[in-house]
Design a protein around this ligand. Structure first.
Ligand SMILES: [Fe+2]
Length: 187
């Protein structure tokens, strides 16, 4: 399997067109806000098709978000300071969410416990987001990481994954997003 840096260097150059680098933490916070909004929409949704569409978007967004954290943000923070306990917890939280995401992406609304699985996923994610926003991001600021450079890597990787996963609709996890599940299975 290619490392994240190898995958980044092989990203098509057209992905750089019109690209504005942003601070890594701002990008990750914006993901959190958008994903929480999707969970709220799912809560209010009625009808299988709408639920399926929202659950697919939630799971896809979460897998892309976890991929850039696992491959770019977390390793940079681990290297910059002694935060292994905090990062280990985050790894386990990602792994627990990844198992649930894989189940949800393999199901149709109406199947047993579908809504319950999405609700439990929302609570996992909200807890994880609290940990990141209340503890991890302040550590990252203290570590004086180059947030612009990390933000650039994160945006490139996200665009690559979004492009490769956007047309995938069969049940199951899009193959391009299976890296997070592979990581989950080795913890
Ligand atoms: Fe996050």
């Amino acid at each position: 399997m290619m490392s994240s840096s190898e995958q980044l260097t092989s990203a098509p150059t057209h992905l750089l067109a019109g690209f504005v680098a942003d601070d890594a933490i701002s990008i990750l916070r914006e993901d959190h806000r958008r994903i929480d909004g999707l969970f709220l929409q799912f809560d209010k949704a009625r009808g299988g098709e709408l639920k399926a569409e929202l659950a697919h978007r939630i799971c896809t967004e979460l897998l892309i978000h976890a991929d850039v954290e696992d491959g770019i943000f977390y390793p940079a923070l681990r290297e910059a300071m002694d935060v292994d306990d905090l990062m280990d917890e985050a790894d386990v939280e990602h792994a627990a969410a990844a198992h649930l995401i894989a189940e949800i992406m393999g199901m149709r609304p109406g199947a047993g416990h579908y809504d319950a699985k999405v609700k439990v996923l929302a609570s996992y994610v909200r807890h994880h987001v609290q940990e990141e926003q209340n503890r991890m991001f302040s550590k990252a600021r203290q570590a004086r990481l180059d947030m612009r450079a990390l933000g650039e890597q994160i945006l490139l990787r996200k665009k690559e994954l979004q492009g490769l996963s956007s047309h995938y609709r069969p049940l199951g996890v899009p193959p391009v997003l299976s890296g997070v599940l592979q990581m989950a299975s080795v913890l």
